[in-house]
Design a protein around this ligand. Structure first.
Ligand code: SF4
Length: 317
């Protein structure tokens, strides 16, 4: 399977622009989150257990040690010799900008580091942070701001206790794009109370505001979360594998070709994943999405610009 024959993937985009493979190294810099410490909320998003989002990062190690451990692991799997420091766990802009700059520089000063990706919340990006990212970009570094939006529907954001609104996303996304800082937005498929129609409406709003990259993520249920409790009570039912594949393929078809897909599924380690079990097999899902698009004879962008029309899209049986 060659996913990049059908989807504009981040891996291929990096290969084209850097002339060789570039690998992201997920880091846990010991941040917390305003949605956990009481500033915005307590308990965090109903689905959040950060162990599941960045299983490779180890907060007990300093950044240099995390990077060196990741380099050894990557060397066994790929021949990548260039890296992007991915500040992934929790809210990676949640500190004074001086402290952020010191941390980001510490990672960027490691050998073969060609850039930085910073994952955060839409309500936690000050103009000082954007100034800093802009300076890195002006130095010729690969820079990405990754915003967790998940849904454009405020009712859904409230339901999963995100603690921010779509308007806050819009404002931050526009400010980021005005400065020419590449923006990658994270979306979740299968949120409580949402149908496929919600996902397409969210995609349309995000595209309308402007975005450079996207990540699609199936909502999975992991231990020690409110969602796990709701699932046990039968209040939430996760998507089936084929439903997810079909919905992801439909969204990809409606995404313009120039948008870079950084991810079209996500996984969680088996020790924290409760459901759906298919989420544990990332390659199986990636193969499924590629197979679905190949069977349809379609690819990313083939329906870009066309309104969402349920009857025209294929749905899982
Ligand atoms: S904003 Fe991110 S880190 Fe904070 S609780 Fe939600 S998912 Fe977790």
């Amino acid at each position: 399977m060659i996913l990049s024959d059908r989807i504009n993937t981040f891996g291929q985009d990096l290969l084209r622009r850097h002339g060789e493979r570039v690998h992201k190294i997920a880091l846990d810099a010991g941040f917390t989150c305003p949605n956990r410490d009481g500033t915005k909320g307590r308990g965090g998003c109903s689905f959040c257990n950060n162990v599941s989002f960045s299983p490779d990062a180890d907060a007990h190690l300093d950044l240099a040690a995390q990077i060196s451990k990741a380099r050894r692991a990557i060397a066994k799997r790929t021949r990548a010799r260039k890296f992007i420091a991915y500040f992934q766990a929790y809210t990676n802009t949640y500190d004074k900008v001086e402290a952020l700059e010191a941390l980001y520089r510490e990672a960027l000063n490691e050998p073969d580091m060609v850039g930085i990706a910073v994952g955060t919340r839409p309500d936690c990006v000050s103009s000082d942070v954007l100034d800093l990212l802009e300076r890195f970009r002006d130095q010729g570094l690969e820079v990405w701001l990754e915003l967790g939006l998940q849904s454009s529907f405020d009712e859904t954001l409230e339901r999963v206790n995100r603690g921010h609104t779509f308007a806050e996303y819009r404002e931050t996304a526009k400010a980021t794009r005005r400065r020419g800082i590449p923006l990658c937005t994270h979306l979740i498929i299968g949120l409580p109370g949402e149908t496929e129609e919600h996902c397409h409406a969210t995609l349309d709003k995000v595209l309308d505001i402007g975005v450079d990259g996207l990540k699609l993520h199936p909502l999975h249920i992991v231990k020690h979360t409110l969602l796990a409790h709701q699932w046990r009570l039968g209040e939430y039912l996760p998507l089936m594998r084929d439903e997810y594949i079909c919905m992801a393929a439909n969204l990809i078809e409606r995404t313009p070709e120039n948008i870079i897909y950084h991810r079209v599924t996500a996984t969680a380690s088996r020790d924290v994943l409760l459901a759906p079990v298919w989420c544990a097999e990332k390659w199986n899902v990636l193969n499924g999405i590629e197979f679905e698009l190949r069977q349809r004879g379609t690819r990313q962008g083939c329906r870009a610009g066309t309104p969402y029309a349920k009857e025209k899209l294929r749905h899982a049986a």
